[in-house]
Design a protein around this ligand. Sequence first.
Ligand SMILES: [Zn+2]
Length: 281
Amino acid sequence: MTNTDKKDKIIPQVMKWGGCWKHINLTNTCTIDNGLTILHLFYIENEQFRYLISSHQSEALNTLSTVMTLMSEHNYDQAKLVWAKLSPNVSSNLFGDEADFMMSHLDKLWKSKIISTCTRPSCSDSFIEYREEYGFRAQTADSIDDIQQLVDKWMHKTVSCASCVSDTEDNQGIGEVCNSVRKERRQIVEKSPVLVVRVYEHVLHDRLLPGNLMRSKQIKINDDVFKLAGITMYKEGHFCAIVFVDGVMYWYDGLVGKLSCLPSDYSSLYFPTHAIFCQIK
Ligand SMILES: [Zn+2]
């Protein structure tokens, strides 16, 4: 591997924006460059993650495994094209949102359902099992301290029961809303070693302070532990990313094509979009 020495640290080589493979010119690749670079920097450091990626039975992670190998061989342009082909009807122009070409493929590997139970025994809907749904869609209207809290809210929450009470004498109370506490627990049906958390809306609506994004260096879902691998950042039609090398933060911009220190004004110039976590246990 070709490395650039910077002081005493060895900084890995990274891919440049665009590319060309077998006469196919790739353009607007920042929608995939950041996600692939974040994952690859984690991949080369973490053996357990490499194993989890290679043993996952899904088209997206089989492809990712191939792409990671190509990136390790510095075949970046081929790697991008292999990944881009996961999106149907994609041309060599990847203009759009990183959600379309990168995050959606990783997100749909998660499948879960909610088991909801009412604490009132006479409730007409004491037990509800909701249908399975794809993706990690953690929503909250409240302020959250960090990403772990968002994940926890996705896994467990309590709501006020809107069902009717069923045990009223003489039927006078029929139609009475239960209003008791319902406990909603999420059961993971299918999981992935990559968890993408879309942070954009939470930051935009001041529910999550940008300064608190880094508080969750690790998150737990049941017994699985995921480590923060990077955060994608957006500014006026271009995506960049905060990445980690040996736990140290670097700035990745495909147009620059090498890792650098974080710009001092990045938090005012760029808006965080996705946090990418990779499983380590
Ligand atoms: Zn109820």
